[in-house]
Structure formats: C-alpha cells, structure tokens
Design a protein around this ligand. Structure first.
Ligand code: ZN
Length: 334
C-alpha cells in the first residue's frame, strides 16, 4: 500500500490521496465527484456514449495495460491511438510463433530476416484482431467497420494515420517508429486525432489514458522499461496536448502517485487471458490451449517479464506483481 493510505485524514491529504485505491463506486459513496471515470455496463440499456476518452498505446498489445478503463464502460466513446507498430520488438520477427493450441498465426507471417514492413503489418493485424474479438463480447467497445486514411496536414509529415470508426469506439493507427517516440510526437499524434473528431458520434472531450506500463522503481511489481512508454507518460504529465480533462497514467500499486485503482470484470479478463489450464501459468502449465483473445492474437509475442524469458503464452494474474497485463490496474491522475 502506498504512502497516504496508512494514516488518518489530515489537512494535507490531497484529493489525489483521498481517491487513492478507490473505485468509482467507492468515490461516489464518499460524495466525491466521479471524475468521469465511467459506469460499468451492467444491465442498462445501451445509450450513446456522450464523451470522448483518448487512449494512447505505444505498441500493439499495450492497450491491455489500461484495459480496466476501456472494458465494460458505457460513458465514453473510446478512441485508441496506436503510436507505433512495434516493429523493433525482439519478437516481431516471428521466431516465437506458436502453431496449434488454438493460437492464431499472424498474417502476414513474419520470419527472422524479414523486412520491417512485414513485422509492422503482422503486429497491426494482431492489434485489430484482438480488438475485433473483444468488441464482439463487450458491446461498450463494439467493432469498427468504417475505414479512413487521414493525411498529415503537413505534406510528408509523420502524422498520417489509418482510422477505423465504429459506434462505440475508434482506432487510429500511426507509424511513428518503434523506439523513437518523444513526448512531442505523442502529443502530435493526439492533436492529429483530435482534429478529426467530427468523425466521431460525439465531439465532447473528457479525458486521456496512457496505456504505457513502465516500472523501474518498485520491485514488488514487474520491472519493465521502454523509452516509448516513458514518452507517453511524460507527454501526459506535461501538456496533455491542450486537453483540460484528467489524464490517467498507468502505474504500479506502490507508487505514491496512485490515485485510482480499477478492476475489470472477471468475464472480461477471462475473455482476453483465459487458457485451458488452471492456473493459466505458462511455467506450470506450458501445454495449455488458448481461449482468451489476447493470448490467441498476441501469443507469438509472449514472455514472462519477471524472468525475461520466452513463454508458451502470457502469464496472467490479478496484480502487477505477476504481469502488467493484470486484472486490477492502478493509475495516477494528472
Ligand atoms: Zn510497449
């Protein structure tokens, strides 16, 4: 538990500390405004989402770093902004592709020595495949049938992107270069998407989410560092690209900056991460079949971040002590 959660109320207790570790319901019970966190879907009839939530994703698969703010949530029209295609990951060459066990082989299929464009296409295909599958089981995301190509207003500039649009969510896919992100580039992409928000069913902007796990300071959670993830965090902790609403940045439970803890419904987590084995632990049960959409589409990239070793599928768990792709996730609010 982080500092601020142990003592009693004090005049110095900030609003951020007050909100630490509380879900939306907990916050509401205290009479504190909900900060636009959004409602769970429950049995409510579908109503059109009224506000925009932008989600910054450095590489295909990082979206799950913030899935607890995306899944089963009715209030927001979710705009996922993929910043790079992840072509410089050590796994992007396909050397660890699994066949069988219900794993989906990426298309096109990369192989060691292939060009960056094949790696990019394979990872982008996995991204859309995962989101398509999750959209079918979570109506608050839905699918994105309409496709557009948005040119950079500056000729030859980097901010050209593919845009897919649905009634509940949209996906903007940039190609800014894996390993080359800077806060300025992240903000440039966010501004480029904001500039076309007339394409979305609502234009009211609410908040922005950094789906970018990075932890070098707190050894009770998985240690992981990537400069692109840091660039997303730094971008949201500085300018937010002109947005005035809150910025939620993924962090770890021991970080004193934690201001929000969200747990996704078990059915959503299992839809993404389920394996045929219990526990779904690739070290204990490496021969399991993949049922979750994340496991099936991204299994070829799987590794255990604790041991830094390749695994048959992604480790699963409730907390960041096991994997960043955990069911309960913590965020700072800027
Ligand atoms: Zn990443």
């Amino acid at each position: 538990m982080g500092a601020g959660a142990t003592g009693g109320p004090s005049p110095a207790l900030s609003r951020r500390a007050l909100l630490r570790g509380l879900t939306g319901a907990g916050v509401a019970a205290l009479g504190v405004p909900l900060l636009g966190l959004g409602k769970r879907a429950g049995a409510d009839p579908p109503a059109p989402p009224s506000r925009l939530r932008y989600v910054l994703v450095p590489h295909p698969d990082d979206e799950f770093d913030a899935w607890s703010l995306l899944a089963d949530e009715t209030d927001h029209y979710k705009v996922l902004i993929l910043l790079t295609r992840g072509e410089h990951s050590g796994f992007a060459d396909g050397h660890a592709i699994k066949t069988g066990h219900r794993m989906i082989v990426p298309d096109p299929r990369p192989s060691p020595g292939c060009t960056p464009s094949v790696k990019k296409a394979a990872r982008l295909g996995a991204w859309h495949g995962f989101l398509d599958d999750m959209g079918l089981i979570d109506w608050t995301l839905g699918t994105c049938p309409r496709s557009l190509q948005i040119p950079d207003p500056v000729s030859g500039g980097p901010y050209t992107f593919d845009l897919r649009i649905g009634p509940r969510s949209a996906r903007a896919a940039f190609d800014l270069g894996d390993g080359t992100l800077s806060p300025a580039r992240v903000i440039g992409a966010l501004r480029a998407v904001r500039a076309v928000r007339s394409e979305f069913p609502t234009q009211v902007e609410d908040d922005v989410v950094g789906a970018a796990y990075n932890n070098v300071a707190f050894p009770d959670a998985v240690l992981y560092h990537h400069s692109d993830h840091v660039a997303v965090q730094d971008a949201l902790r500085s300018s937010k690209g002109g947005l005035t609403g809150p910025a939620y940045v993924r962090t770890v439970p021991s970080d004193p900056a934690v201001a929000l803890t969200e747990t996704m419904p078990e059915r959503i987590y299992q839809a993404a991460m389920a394996m045929s084995a219990i526990p779904a632990d690739p070290l204990l049960n490496p021969d399991a079949d993949a049922y979750g959409a994340f496991q099936r589409h991204y299994g070829w990239l799987a590794f255990d971040m604790r041991s830094k070793s390749e695994t048959a599928y992604w480790p699963t768990g409730d907390t960041a002590a096991v994997t960043p792709f955990c069911r309960t996730q913590t965020f700072s609010i800027d």
